[in-house]
Ligand binder design. Structure first.
Ligand code: SF4
Length: 321
């Protein structure tokens, strides 16, 4: 049986007394690390109604790194958690480069018609030569981030990178070449009447609709038809979020309200083009706060933010949450 820190056993996690001892150990660790935060948490627990939603979110976010440290220590996985967290930080340039360079600079400078004339594979080789290492999205992001610190001195390299990014995002060949990555993928506009792109074949005098061959996925038994995503893909989604909880506008959690609605009842929410009430997460999980904590590399703290509203996450989380 796994022995836990703080004199606890694995069995304690299944009993109220054990959980109370666990909570006491957490509070003690928090008090030792940050007395003010410990005080804030105990005050919030004593009078939860006194806390506005935004204050509650802020409290959970600042507690997340402490939850990370405590749970890692509890299970003896400090090294593993640190290394996972470090991997989050190592990948961070990809997401800042995507927002600040690819989307704000490259796509503004070179529109689709200009990008169509670029030779992507030559640009890729030129960039790899400038990097001094093989081309990868992480290498692109790391080098471009460094080049931008001295834009004039690196003008030629930056221009290669802008051309390559414009080509990769906007041309069919570029999209194909970067299909497995995240750096050169832009969200596309939704055509709600054509959510599933189909080819139409009228050769036989009637219409046959066919899904795109590249979208075809075979189902094996009851398994899902895709393998989900990896850490890079998950972080790409988390970084796409703009943390609307800071303005109280996190519709993913609280629903999309009609203008001026009180927020009570079905009528106060907007409807999708298909008439579905957009009431947000039925559990009001703190999705925005979770994304923020995840992007900061606090992996256990991020999970804990969701568990506050959905303790069954381990069972429902795979694809639902
Ligand atoms: S996921 Fe939620 S918080 Fe993030 S951008 Fe979408 S609505 Fe806003």
């Amino acid at each position: 049986m796994l022995n836990l820190a703080h004199g606890l056993s694995f069995n304690d996690l299944y009993h109220r007394d054990g959980l109370l001892a666990l909570d006491a150990a957490f509070l003690q660790a928090l008090a030792a690390a940050d007395a003010t935060l410990h005080q804030q948490l105990t005050a919030a627990r004593a009078n939860p109604d006194a806390l506005a939603a935004k204050q509650e979110s802020e409290l959970l976010i600042v507690l997340a790194p402490h939850v990370d440290d405590f749970v890692a220590g509890l299970f003896g996985i400090v090294k593993e958690v640190r290394s996972l967290s470090a991997r989050h930080n190592e990948l961070a340039p990809i997401f800042s480069c995507k927002r600040l360079f690819v989307q704000r600079k490259a796509l503004h400078k070179y529109k689709a018609d200009a990008a169509a004339a670029f030779d992507g594979s030559t640009l890729k080789n030129q960039l790899a030569a400038k990097f001094g290492e093989a081309f990868s999205e992480l290498a692109f992001a790391q080098h471009v981030t460094r080049w931008l610190e001295a834009e004039e001195a690196n003008a030629e390299a930056i221009d290669f990178a802008q051309r390559y990014a414009a080509w990769a995002v906007q041309t069919p060949d570029g999209k194909h070449a970067s299909a497995g990555g995240v750096l050169f993928k832009a969200p596309h506009k939704l055509d709600v009447q054509n959510l599933v792109p189909l080819d139409t074949d009228e050769a036989r005098g009637f219409k046959i609709f066919r899904g795109k061959p590249e979208h075809l996925r075979h189902r094996e038994g009851f398994k899902l038809t895709d393998r989900g995503t990896d850490l890079v893909g998950a972080l790409d989604q988390a970084h796409y979020c703009i943390w609307c909880h800071e303005q109280g506008k996190d519709s993913c959690s609280k629903g999309l309200k009609e203008k001026g609605a009180s927020g009570k009842g079905v009528a106060s929410f907007k409807k999708s083009p298909f008439g579905v009430t957009l009431a947000g997460c039925p559990l009001e999980e703190k999705i925005s706060e979770f994304h923020k904590v995840k992007t900061e590399g606090h992996v256990i703290g991020a999970l804990a933010v969701i568990i506050v509203d959905n303790p069954m996450l381990a069972a429902t989380g795979h694809r639902i949450c």
